[in-house]
Design a protein around this ligand. Structure first.
Ligand SMILES: [Zn+2]
Length: 427
């Protein structure tokens, strides 16, 4: 990086999060630029950035004398990536079912800070963070990032899991009578009215969207992925309450029945969708519901979970869902269903999010489709389709640069060379 640019970046850093007094302009020369909206590649472009937004994208011509320019002519430049399924504000998966109880809320805040920085530096400039055990740690993290206090992706957050008592969103697996802290049970609901109240409470405390645990989970004791947990009424109540608060709902659902119930209740997306049947696929297609299928991490769970001795039930349930999910993904690609990019990072190490790209290509997508899943499609699901997911006028200047063309080898995205968020080079 040129010293001149370093100065410019330092100057821009001071204006993040507040209204700039005057425009700071930076130019980027992109050797290749992936136009995610049109699904095509443009060669030798000049991107003008004013403050934190893209002002223009034109054929390259030298910018005005003295202007700050970043030379990425040897790189493929694409929009900052979006992961629709992360858990930044949790310790991460281990072999101990009591792991969440070993860490104070204060400790979790610092762990979240680390995870946010690692994720951003891996090229993921936006995430939908879909749950943490200590309620609202994600809201605090989002605010710290937005203030410019710490480095991290743009975050859309859910605050806590909406789950039944003992369900897939609970910390479970203890002897009878063991009391789990109240801040780990903020989203536990017992009926439709309770669901409405809890959803309202989450929005009152700053969440962007709601995560329902519609079925059991792979990585939770005493729950089965194929079994519906929240009732149809509870899910409908959540959707109505979320809409009334200006938000939206996604549902964790593995089992075919739970998936259809969640779609019929009005959710915008389904997480995992492992055991979705043909009827469920048709329903998702007809209603324009997004599927967010984490088709990489089954391999990680099998390898690391076996080595580290994760609970036997976790490993069994992982084996029962991994291949089925991948075959369903292949069908969903063929059917033209909207597929977002969500990884469940947190189950495996943060920063390795991009490992999923090659799986998406292996199971039926073109590299361009996989990149669009992690940009335009996910932006659309977030409701941020005019803000992120494209390098175009008015969008945040969020981008990554890679030496190896990801359209030739999509795994190149596992090692991005440069990352910019809001006009600021972070790597
Ligand atoms: Zn998850």
């Amino acid at each position: 990086m040129a010293p001149r640019l370093t100065l410019c970046v330092a100057a821009m850093l001071t204006i993040i999060g507040t209204a700039p007094a005057h425009a700071e302009t930076l130019y980027v020369r992109a050797g290749k630029l992936i136009d995610t909206q049109k699904g095509m590649v443009l060669v030798d472009r000049l991107i003008r950035i004013d403050d934190d937004r893209v002002a223009s994208v034109t054929a390259y011509a030298p910018p005005p004398p003295g202007a700050a320019i970043l030379d990425w002519s040897g790189y493929t430049v694409l929009p900052g990536l979006i992961d629709m399924h992360t858990h930044l504000a949790d310790w991460g998966q281990t072999n101990n079912v009591a792991e969440p109880l070993l860490h104070s809320p204060q400790e979790m805040a610092y762990v979240a800070l680390r995870n946010a920085r690692i994720t951003l530096r891996a090229g993921f400039t936006t995430v939908h963070d879909v749950g943490c055990f200590r309620a609202f740690t994600d809201v605090a993290l989002r605010e710290a990032i937005n203030r410019g206090d710490i480095e991290g992706p743009r975050m859309s957050v859910v605050g806590a899991y909406i789950t039944i008592p003992g369900g897939g969103g609970e910390v479970t697996g203890f002897a009878p009578g063991v009391k789990v802290p109240d801040d780990m049970r903020v989203g536990v609901v017992t009926d439709a009215n309770d669901t409405r109240l809890k959803v309202n409470y989450l929005f009152q405390h700053g969440v962007d969207s709601i995560k329902l645990i519609a079925t059991g989970a792979v990585l939770a004791e005493g729950t089965e992925p194929g079994t519906q947990e929240l009732t149809d009424d509870e899910m409908r109540a959540a959707v109505i309450a979320a809409k009334a608060n200006g938000g939206w709902v996604t549902a964790h659902a593995h089992g075919a029945q739970g998936i259809k119930a969640a779609i019929n209740a009005g959710v915008r997306s389904i997480e995992h969708a492992s055991l979705i049947d043909d009827e469920g696929l048709a329903l998702a297609k007809a209603k324009g519901v997004f599927l967010d299928m984490d088709i990489y991490d089954g391999d990680y769970i099998e390898a690391v979970g076996t080595k580290e001795g994760w609970p036997a039930g976790y490993l069994r349930k992982n084996r029962e869902t991994t291949d089925a999910q991948r075959e369903a993904f292949r069908k969903a690609v063929k059917a033209g269903i909207k597929l977002a990019f969500g990884t469940d990072a947190g189950v495996y190490p943060h920063g390795a999010n991009a490992r999923q790209f090659k799986y998406m290509v292996r199971y039926g997508m073109t590299p361009m489709q996989a990149i669009q899943a992690a940009t335009t499609v996910s932006a659309d699901l977030l409701g941020w389709s005019k803000q992120v997911g494209a390098i175009a006028p008015g969008y945040y200047a969020d981008m990554v640069a890679v030496k190896i063309d990801p359209l030739a080898d999509v795994s190149a995205l596992e090692h991005v060379d440069h990352v910019m968020k809001g006009g600021e080079v972070v790597r």
